[in-house]
Design a protein around this ligand. Structure first.
Ligand code: TUI
Length: 310
């Protein structure tokens, strides 16, 4: 099941590990890359030197390709964009915005640029400005989300652009992966399932939340604020919903949201921390190594895609 994405990036399996802010560090990304997928270190809103250290650490653990994700709402996005050039990173993904202004610089450093896109129009715009591939992310995903589901977004973007499309949002096993391939995707991006990997250093309380999550346990908060985010329901998500209901000023969203992700990830605060996770959390029921996750997904997807449907 080699795809053109594997050839473009020099990876063995068409599985990207989703960039999860404060979570996707050298430990997780290097384990995924070492297992043959594409590990991605998340820049999130962290200061650039912290992420530079993670990039260097990852390179000590594996010699395989590693990506870095730049979250474009970060106050450090400009510095992060330069850092990936300085550190010789080969693959950059972006989220929560359009990276057009960095494109020339990245191209000059031979970096493959793969933006996350929530719509056909943005996908086309990114390809026009030089994207090598796009990640079509549906609203099933955890964290900052668009409006459309993976099921409807992926085939439309596949039809609209001539670069490889990576499907993201709601993919957590070989069935989801096979389905994404059927929709025309060349690879998949998986976030939530990697949260419970042994190599993932997120707080144990966060892992337990994922392992215990049921189908309807996530909710999108903050649509009104312009930063819709999918999280597991808790006291914080209910407070956000109250802000929505009373049409609160945007500063109140910011006050509530600042530092909330780090609170969940680092301190394990499951009441007032922001527990970002995708809807597929419900099928994530066992802890595994990154290698086990990738091997299992590949085997399942391979069997399904080779099955006779007559
Ligand atoms: O970026 C994500 N998911 C994220 S980022 C994040 S950290 C965060 N911190 C503070 C505030 C908000 C988030 C947690 N999860 N996914 C990729 C993604 N990108 N989803 C949607 C988009 C997107 C949205 C609009 C990409 C481009 C875009 O373009 C709008 C435009 O016209 O520029």
């Amino acid at each position: 099941m080699k795809s053109r994405v594997c050839e473009m990036l020099g990876i063995e399996y068409p599985i990207f590990q989703g960039a999860m802010a404060w979570i996707a560090n050298a430990s997780l990304a290097a384990a995924v890359s070492e297992a043959g997928g594409l590990g991605i270190i998340a820049g999130g809103t962290a200061p650039v030197e912290l992420i530079r250290k993670e990039v260097r650490k990852a390179k000590e653990i594996t010699s395989k390709p590693i990506g870095v994700n730049i979250m474009l709402l970060s106050p450090y996005a400009d510095e992060m964009a330069k850092m990936v050039c300085e550190e010789g990173v080969k693959v950059v993904t972006t989220g929560a915005g359009t990276p057009g202004k960095y494109m020339d610089m990245w191209k000059a450093h031979n970096i493959k640029v793969i933006p996350v896109v929530p719509s056909v129009a943005i996908a086309k715009r990114m390809v026009r400005s030089g994207a090598d591939a796009v990640i079509a992310e549906g609203v099933e995903a955890g964290g900052h989300v668009g409006e459309l589901t993976t099921m409807v977004l992926v085939p439309q973007i596949v039809d609209a652009v001539d670069v490889p499309v990576i499907a993201a949002g709601g993919i957590g096993d070989g069935r989801g992966m096979a389905a994404a391939f059927m929709l025309g995707a060349d690879a998949v991006q998986v976030g939530t399932r990697f949260l419970i990997a042994y190599e993932c250093t997120v707080h144990e309380n966060y892992k337990k939340k994922i392992l215990n999550a049921k189908d309807i346990d996530t909710v999108v908060t903050g649509r009104r604020s312009g930063h819709p985010v999918r999280v597991i329901r808790n006291k914080l998500s209910r407070s956000f919903q109250e802000l929505d209901m009373k049409a609160a000023p945007l500063e109140e969203y910011e006050k509530l949201g600042t530092g909330a992700l780090a609170k969940a990830v680092l301190e394990g605060d499951m009441e007032y921390g922001s527990i970002m996770a995708g809807q597929i959390a419900a099928i994530v029921n066992k802890e595994q190594s990154c290698k086990e996750i990738i091997t299992e997904m590949m085997k399942e997807a391979d069997e399904l895609l080779n099955r006779s449907w007559r």
